[in-house]
Design a protein around this ligand. Sequence first.
Ligand code: XIL
Length: 303
Amino acid sequence: ASTLGAAAAEKGRYFGAAVAANHLGESTYVSTLNREFTSVTAENEMKWDALEPNRNSFQFATADRIASHARGQGMKLRGHTLVWHSQLPGWVQNLQTNDLRSAMNNHINQVMAHYRGQIDSWDVVNEAFEDGSSGARRNSVFQQRLGNGWIEEAFRTARQADPNAKLCYNDYNTDNWSHAKTQAVYAMVRDFTSRGVPIDCVGFQAHFNSGNPVPSNYHTTLQNFADLGVDVQITELDIAGSGQQQAEQYRGITQACLAVSRCNGITVWGIPDHYSWRSGDTPLLFDRNYNKKAAYTAVLEAL
Ligand code: XIL
């Protein structure tokens, strides 16, 4: 096949991109998106601050433009993200325990109801663990006020709100099997599956750079999670660098996903380099003129 989406489809996978609504009027951006990708994630538009900037006042219009573009093109849509400590409006951060609990559950219920039937997989909880060697939960407002049970509660609420969406836990720096953070997330997923807490997938953000290189045990990590009985997805892939060195890392990631039958697909975190959130880097598959980079060719060859 001659596009990322078609090549991935031949392997039973999707190939997605993060999309920003403010670029949907740009012809080359849209033609590249439509030609190459079979799944879309809203880069910012489905985050809490965007959808519910004031309590119980929901603003779906911008996110809906992305959803409707995806639907019109027959693309899958990943929901990103329901509960996250970042891009969280100030009003949430100031709530006390009971209020925070009801605000969290209301946010999940309202947003999932709005998009019911349209979302393939939801990132129910994003980035709930600390970096480093502690393996601890991140000290977020949710952790502080609601205690350890908050992640489980979010997933239980999400299952009821849209029983047909896959429910994912999503995080970064969980790629290297020997890292404490990877082990901590693994222990949580194992606990959830053993107790019947609803979880269907684990998202690996996969933001790589020289300080966080693609680990040689990446395939092991994906396979070990999949062996718990959940799907795995590469959800926000970008790799700092350029040229053949970057290309080979992209190739390795693609091969690792294809080697794990429960790896559903890969999403890159943007389309051309100059729209990447990592300004100054060139971490994506297309250059600023939408030319295919060596990294693109490596991914297409690996698919
Ligand atoms: C980033 C966006 O790409 C930026 O535009 C925004 O300013 C900050 O968030 N982990 C995530 C994504 O889960 O939502 C983040 O996206 C990148 C890190």
